[in-house]
Design a protein around this ligand. Structure first.
Ligand SMILES: *Cc1c(COP(=O)(O)O)cnc(C)c1O
Length: 427
């Protein structure tokens, strides 16, 4: 088989591709695309590494990476090659047949985690839906609970389907979408007494806790790392009463934290965990992994038409292999520490406005003080003017989630832009 010659994206001059001299027409766009998003006034057209260009040719340093997704940045040669190769071979056949690429990707995940089996789907919400269904079936068939309850945390985020907005412990995502899915109960994050109380108090009649679904580090909820002792106690409670401990690794997993999985920071292994965002480096794919409880789902219990097609699995496998081959986790640890150090220095200088800098690896948050008039969306808007893309994690936290291949120079440039933003906003 022959492939077209690969174009090295870094060699294309920034001007070569940007032909639109007219500003992007947002009004026309809004006439045809449903307005479910509050978008920043920016239309992006091209990317290379940690940089992207808008329709007018202006360059930005991308510290959003498609919301913690483009782990290898933009137009990475390994991804360009994998996409080209896989689309030419076979892209979709459905799960009526065996898909060798699915087996290879599952094998890679199992070899690099505590998992024993993998189910493939297309997004984070779908991966969590699969976990919720699996937990319910386990509760009914093994624990014999007629009405199983899944505990989740305040300020969590698990997706936008009906079941996953219900699992999400933030009322703003649920408003006007009731009746919600029954069977969820919320507890404060990193508070073990609340979990112990819920497990005891909810044990009545046909109702009992059947699983806990939780993020090792809360992403959307403000970049809040889990406590080691809290997670170890969660593991202990789940083992004692035989319920499932399920981790939502959709944002923190696949190397973003400096370890491949967020749970590796906490010294505990889950029974079930989910992945999506970084798994395909920006190609839509989701996965649910189980340890031990491999035969809860039987043929016919769960399915997806697109889930794990040859194309996405082939590309995701090459993303996984590239992470490994290029020692990218080491870069995440090194540049993550560099970024946090720099942000902490800036935070000290602007101590009136900045409360805290926290995170793991290359998922970091800078929290603005409650009493400061600054907000995260204002900060992000001002950063766009400085050529730096950032994303809020709630109203008062600015999130930094660059591609995992980010360099020393790029971190320094981002830090300079952050300083400029703060100088401007506080002038
Ligand atoms: C983004 C996210 C989801 C939802 O993923 P989608 O692909 O948007 O459905 C679920 N859980 C966490 C922790 C996330 O960050």
């Amino acid at each position: 088989m022959s492939f077209p010659t690969l174009v090295e994206p870094a060699e294309i001059p920034p001007e070569a591709n940007s032909k639109s001299s007219q500003p992007f027409d947002a009004d026309n766009f809004n006439e045809v695309v449903m307005s479910t998003y509050g978008r920043f006034p920016l239309a992006l057209e091209r990317g290379s590494g940690c940089r992207v260009w808008d329709t007018q040719g202006k360059e930005y340093l991308d510290f959003v990476a498609g919301i913690a997704t483009c782990t290898l940045g933009h137009a990475h040669p390994a991804m360009v090659e994998a996409v080209t190769k896989n689309i030419q071979k076979l892209h979709h056949v459905s799960n009526l047949y065996y898909i060798p690429e699915q087996g290879e990707l599952a094998k890679w995940i199992i070899d690099h985690s505590c998992a024993d089996r993998v189910f493939f789907c297309n997004s984070g919400a779908e991966a969590n839906e699969a976990a919720i269904k699996l937990a319910r079936k386990y509760a009914h068939t093994v624990l014999e609970i007629a009405n199983p309850i899944i505990l989740t945390a305040h300020a969590s985020f698990h997706g936008r389907t009906l079941a996953t907005i219900t699992a999400t412990g933030q009322p703003k995502y649920q408003k006007n979408f009731d009746p919600l899915v029954p069977g969820f109960h919320y507890v404060p994050y990193n508070d073990i007494a609340a979990v112990e109380a819920a497990v005891t108090e909810l044990d009545e009649g046909n109702y009992r806790v059947g699983a806990i679904l939780i993020e090792p580090l809360q992403g959307e909820g403000g970049v809040r790392p889990g406590d080691v002792t809290y997670f170890q106690k969660l593991r202990q409670i789940c083992d004692e009463i035989g319920i499932l401990l399920m981790f939502d690794e959709v944002q923190v997993g696949m190397g973003r934290s400096g370890k491949l999985w967020g749970y590796e920071h906490l010294g505990v292994e889950p029974d079930v965990f989910t992945s999506a965002k970084g798994l395909g480096g920006g190609i839509p794919i989701g996965a649910m992994m189980t340890k031990k409880f491999c035969d809860v789902f039987q043929p016919g219990d769960h399915a997806s038409t697109f889930g794990g097609n040859p194309f996405v699995c082939g590309v995701a496998l090459s993303v996984c292999q590239t992470l490994e081959k290029e020692n990218i986790l080491e870069n995440v640890q090194e540049q993550g520490a560099h970024l946090r150090e720099g942000l902490k220095m800036i935070a000290r200088k602007y101590g009136q406005h900045i409360a805290e800098v926290r995170g793991w690896g290359l998922i970091n948050g800078m929290e603005i003080k409650a009493e400061s008039p600054l907000t995260a969306p204002d900060f992000v808007k001002a950063a766009i003017d400085q050529g730096l893309l950032l994303v809020p994690a709630g109203p008062k936290v600015v999130r930094f989630v660059p591609p995992l291949i980010v360099t020393d120079t790029e971190i320094n440039q981002a830090l300079q832009a952050v300083e400029k933003v703060l100088a401007k906003l506080t002038a």
